[in-house]
Design a protein around this ligand. Structure first.
Ligand code: AMP
Ligand code: MG
Length: 323
């Protein structure tokens, strides 16, 4: 299969309607899309990614009006979350209607749904006119793609097309919120934080680690990993940089290292990203992992982050990349 590079939303919509696979940009990361009512197409998503079959896909829609056909009930707080954050990086997990493909939900009776905030992709979704399943467009276990080039690195020759668009704005996947209980439970942290969700429902909480496997199967897999070893370091600030020695370890070992963080670290690095905010850190993280890989960097140091705002999502992704 030759993977085409597209810039025409009508062409992307035609391929999807015909049961093909198209990588689409969103504000979070690139997604690998197929129509959600076509089991054959959904199975090809799992094959192309090498994704375990018990890891559910998120269903993407263009308009909130498409929600009713996908789920059996929507609690009041979920409607308010949607009103506040859609289109945006928020996935709502709701009780699935019978007609939703259980291949897409990995056998679960719930379905994760969102409206992505990306003009071209919303245009594609409107033109398809059907709910579209889309997990991140990377090989399973690899860092999610934040550029169309990264999609090609992982999936060239395995999917029909990649929609060419600029780097994704957020850089980390959506916040996934279970809306099947009395109060929202965050299954996967993202750009929309617990504080944001608590503004809608004060009893919202993060899931307990023990709840993870049953409720959000995908979160148990090895994930987000570049070829290099990933390690936490710091945190550093200008006052302590001179004294700290943690990552300064032997450049004499001859191992090329990379660093990403909010502060300048001690020690020698072949590649260094000093982000000006937690959002900028998140925006660069997965791209940085891939850049390090291309430069033969064998060890990546990530500065510890405060667990506020998108910091919680950074903590989650980096901890899992570190294994
Ligand atoms: P990806 O788009 O590759 O980040 O994968 C989608 C992720 O969304 C999965 O790994 C799950 O964590 C989550 N997800 C999707 N559907 C559901 C669902 N019905 N219940 C719980 N989590 C879900
Ligand atoms: Mg993924």
């Amino acid at each position: 299969m030759i993977t085409r590079l597209l810039t025409d939303t009508a062409e992307a919509a035609r391929i999807l309607e015909g049961g093909g696979l198209v990588a689409i940009p969103t504000e979070t990361v690139f997604g690998l899309a197929a129509r959600a009512d076509d089991d054959g197409a959904i199975k090809r998503i799992f094959q192309a990614k090498g994704r375990p079959q018990d890891n559910p896909l998120i269903v993407h829609i263009a308009e909130e009006g498409q929600l009713a056909a996908l789920c059996t009930s929507v609690p009041e707080y979920a409607r308010r979350l949607a009103a506040s954050w859609w289109p945006g990086p928020l996935t709502l997990v709701l009780p699935a209607a019978d007609q939703v493909s259980r291949t897409a939900t990995a056998g679960l009776d719930t379905v994760g749904i969102r409206i992505p905030d990306h003009p071209e992709t919303r245009d594609i979704l409107r033109k398809v006119g059907l709910p579209t399943a889309a997990p991140s467009a990377n090989r399973s276990g690899r860092p999610s793609p934040t550029t169309w080039e990264a999609v090609r690195e992982d999936l060239d020759g395995r999917i029909d097309a990649v929609f060419k668009s600029g780097p994704t704005a957020v850089g980390l996947e959506s916040t996934v919120v279970d809306c099947t209980c009395d109060a929202p439970i965050i299954l996967r942290p993202g750009a929309i934080s617990l504080t944001d969700i608590q503004a809608i429902h004060p009893e919202a909480r993060h899931r307990d680690p023990a709840e993870a496997v049953g409720r959000s199967p995908g979160t148990r897999y090895r994930h987000y990993q570049p070829e290099a070893i990933v390690r936490w370091v710091g945190p550093f600030d200008q006052a302590t940089t001179d004294a700290a020695s943690e990552p300064g370890e032997p450049s004499d070992r001859g191992i090329k290292k990379g660093y990403i963080g909010l502060n300048a670290p001690p020690g020698d690095y072949a590649r260094l990203v000093i982000a000006t905010s937690l959002e900028a850190y998140a925006h660069r993280l997965f791209h940085f992992f891939r850049e390090c890989e291309q430069e033969g960097i064998m060890e990546i140091h990530c500065e510890r982050v405060p667990l506020k705002g998108i910091g919680m999502a950074l903590y989650d992704r980096i901890s899992r990349a570190a294994g």
